[in-house]
Structure formats: structure tokens, C-alpha cells
Design a protein around this ligand. Structure first.
Ligand SMILES: NC(=O)C1=CN([C@@H]2O[C@H](COP(=O)(O)OP(=O)(O)OC[C@H]3O[C@@H](n4cnc5c(N)ncnc54)[C@H](O)[C@@H]3O)[C@@H](O)[C@H]2O)C=CC1
Ligand SMILES: CC(=O)[C@H](N)C(=O)O
Ligand SMILES: [Zn+2]
Ligand SMILES: [Zn+2]
Length: 350
């Protein structure tokens, strides 16, 4: 007998999504079925919801949205010997080939054939979801689902913040959206000081302070470079972490970084950006990192340990919690308006 479940589905190639009732799927070979305990909205889900150019080129409706998740394995498909019923898991969203040049060099985070869970296939904004077993990450039973679902984006933040030494280092974070806020939490837990955050939204500057930022700056009202120089007695910051994707923030951050400092770039720019390489990077001997995805699986161990240490201040980052999906449109619109940190759904109402 088949069972039904609720799911947020991208039903049409247009703005928005629909709450639909569909059959609970059966896991195929190499797959497990999970009961979704918590699932959170990523900026990528927002792009799919808005149906921007990238989404139009990549998503094939009808498709269940969502990829950040914590869930319990309720059925195991044929050939799966790494998981069993009752396991409590999250999911690495990058499904890598294991065969390409990058994979053969253990650089799975830049696999040339990466498929993305919840982007290139059905995802987890549903009461139950199919997960490829090889991408499951087992959680300790006592980790709250609302934290466990954040591990995937936390992995982006961890790889950005911990791409070089951070303890005791002055740090500038540009952009306090959901990822920048997670970055602040990781930087503070890792001993960065002072953590200076540049963010135009007052709501998000307040969140940044709650997460632990030592100084917050509105870059639309004061010059972040001057503010950083004042705070650091003219030295500039040792570490610049870019989480906004704003070209102006990149320029300001490079100017505010001390010569010989470290720059880690996660934010994605809307277009090509022009940078004065000679004066802002080469003659300053900056160490510059591009950050993408998560190192498999080192980053997951770090994220899990940081959460279990109790040192990550995640509660202020989670601004909205919804039981069930009934109000999903409100959640997406609030996020679009920049009036949220992380938004978490608990699909089962009981
Ligand atoms: N490299 C990767 O693997 C990944 C990159 N990303 C990118 O990371 C970035 C952050 O993601 P979210 O927090 O979800 O995005 P978001 O768009 O919610 O946050 C960006 C924040 O930057 C702020 N901002 C805008 N102009 C600014 C300026 N001039 N100076 C300082 N802050 C400014 C905005 O007010 C906003 O709060 C995005 O660009 C996203 O596309 C996201 C996931 C993975
Ligand atoms: C595409 C995504 O949103 C994903 N979180 C990622 O890390 O690539
Ligand atoms: Zn994502
Ligand atoms: Zn590969």
C-alpha cells in the first residue's frame, strides 16, 4: 500500500513553488529513504524559487527542492551496507564521480563531474526523501536536528574561516547573510579577535553582534577600510573573509588586509570583477584562496566536532523555525527580503 507525503516542489519553470502531495518514494540500489527531521533553506533554494537565469539553465521541473537536512533512515535500498534503519544522518550535497583527475588527487570538492543533491535531482523539502547512501554523514544521536541540518552550509563557512590560521588574528568578514553569520560563529569559536563585520542590513548587523562580532560596520554609511585601520591601529586585518559576493566589499576587504595577510573568498560575484592586482594583491603579498563546497570528508569531521564542542553560537543564526511546510511561501519571501538568518522547517507536525 502506498503512503502519501507533503513536499515543496518546483512544479513549473516560473517564479515560486507549490506544496504538493506525492507518494513516499522507494529507495533504489545504493539509496536510503529518510524521515526528514529538519531541513533548512539555502541561498541556492532561493535562486530556484525565484527562477533566476542560473536556475533556468540547471533545474528540470517538476522537482522536490531542498538539500540541507537532518533525517532518520527508515528504509535501506538494495546493496547498501554502510547504513541501517534508525541511523541519524545529514547529507553531503556534492555527489562526486571518484574517477576524474581531481577525485584521483583526493580533491573531491572540485570534482569535474559533480552533481548536486536537491539541484540535479529530487531533494529534501518533504516529509521523506531519497538519499544516495555514499553521501550520507552519520550524526551523533544527541545532536539537535536544527543544528545537524546546518552542517552542510557550516562546511562552507569552516572551509573559508579555517583555510589558514585564525586564532588570535584580527579578522574582517564582509557580508552577514546566513553564510557570513555561520562564518562569524566559526571564527569566534576558533579564537579570532577582533572579528569586524561589514554588512549594510541593520537587521543582519544586529544578528552579527548576537553571534559574537566584536565590531559591526555599515559600509553604506562609513568607510570599512578606515574603520578597520582605526580598530587595528593602522595595521589592517590579518584575515579577510569574503561572504557577500559584492564587488565593492572585495575591494574594501583587500585594502583593509595587512600586507602578508590571508584572504579567503566564498561569496559569488554577480559578474566579472576588476581588481587592482598589482597594488592590492601582488605588492601586498596576500595569500588568496577560492573556497568551494567542503573537503570530503575532513570538513564534516571538523563541523561535527565544532558543534559537539558546544562552542558554536548557532542559536542566533537560526531566526525562523516552521513546523510543517504550510507557511513555506512566507519563509521564502522573508528570506528574499533579507529578513532572516537561517530558516529551518520541521516537516512532521506531530
Ligand atoms: N563558494 C561556494 O561554494 C558557495 C558560495 N556561496 C555564496 O556565498 C555568499 C553568501 O551566501 P548567503 O549568506 O546565503 O548570501 P546572502 O545574499 O544572503 O548574503 C550576502 C550578504 O552580503 C551583504 N552585502 C551586500 N553588499 C555588501 C557590501 N558592499 N559589503 C558587505 N556586505 C554586503 C548583504 O546585505 C547580505 O546580508 C553568496 O554570494 C553565495 O552565492 C554560497 C554557497 C556556496
Ligand atoms: C549548491 C549549494 O547550494 C550547495 N550548498 C553547495 O555547497 O554547493
Ligand atoms: Zn546550498
Ligand atoms: Zn570526480
Amino acid at each position: 500500500m502506498s503512503e502519501k507525503m507533503q513536499a515543496i516542489m518546483k512544479t513549473k519553470p516560473a517564479y515560486g513553488a507549490e506544496l504538493v502531495e506525492v507518494e513516499v518514494p522507494k529507495p533504489g540500489p545504493g539509496e536510503v529513504l529518510i524521515k526528514v527531521l529538519a531541513t533548512s533553506i539555502c541561498g541556492t533554494d532561493l535562486h530556484i524559487y525565484e527562477w533566476n537565469e542560473w536556475a533556468q539553465s540547471r533545474i528540470k521541473p517538476p522537482q522536490i527542492m531542498g538539500h540541507e537536512v537532518a533525517g532518520e533512515v527508515v528504509e535501506v535500498g538494495p546493496g547498501v551496507d554502510t547504513l541501517q534503519e534508525g541511523d541519524y544522518i545529514s547529507v553531503e550535497t556534492h555527489i562526486v564521480c571518484g574517477k576524474c583527475y581531481a577525485c584521483k588527487h583526493n580533491r573531491y570538492h572540485v570534482c569535474q563531474n559533480t552533481k548536486i543533491f536537491g539541484v540535479d535531482m529530487n531533494g529534501v523539502f518533504a516529509e521523506y526523501a531519497i538519499v544516495p547512501a555514499k553521501n550520507a554523514w552519520k550524526n551523533p544521536k544527541n545532536m539537535p536536528p536544527e543544528y545537524a541540518t546546518l552542517q552542510e552550509p557550516l562546511g562552507n563557512a569552516v572551509d573559508t574561516v579555517l583555510a589558514g590560521p585564525i586564532a588570535g588574528r584580527s579578522t574582517l568578514i564582509t557580508g552577514a547573510g546566513p553564510l557570513g553569520l555561520l562564518g562569524i560563529a566559526v571564527a569566534k569559536a576558533s579564537g579570532a579577535y577582533p572579528v569586524i563585520v561589514s554588512e549594510p542590513s541593520e537587521f543582519r548587523r544586529e544578528l552579527a553582534k548576537k553571534v559574537g562580532a566584536d565590531y559591526v560596520i555599515n559600509p553604506f554609511e562609513e568607510d570599512p577600510v578606515k574603520a578597520v585601520m582605526d580598530i587595528t591601529n593602522g595595521a589592517g586585518v590579518e584575515v579577510f573573509l569574503e561572504f557577500s559576493g559584492a564587488p565593492k566589499a572585495l575591494e574594501q576587504g583587500l585594502k583593509a588586509t595587512t600586507p602578508g595577510g590571508r584572504v579567503s573568498l566564498l561569496g559569488l560575484f554577480p559578474r566579472e570583477v576588476t581588481v587592482d592586482f598589482n597594488n592590492l594583491i601582488i605588492f601586498k603579498a596576500l595569500e588568496v584562496h577560492g573556497i568551494t563546497g567542503r573537503h570530503l570528508w575532513e570538513t564534516w569531521y571538523t563541523v561535527s566536532s565544532l558543534i559537539q564542542s558546544g562552542k558554536l553560537n548557532l542559536d542566533p543564526v537560526i531566526t525562523h523555525k516552521y513546523r510543517g511546510f504550510d507557511r513555506f511561501e512566507e519563509a521564502f519571501e522573508l528570506m528574499r527580503a533579507g529578513k532572516t538568518g537561517k530558516v529551518v522547517f520541521f516537516p512532521h507536525k506531530g
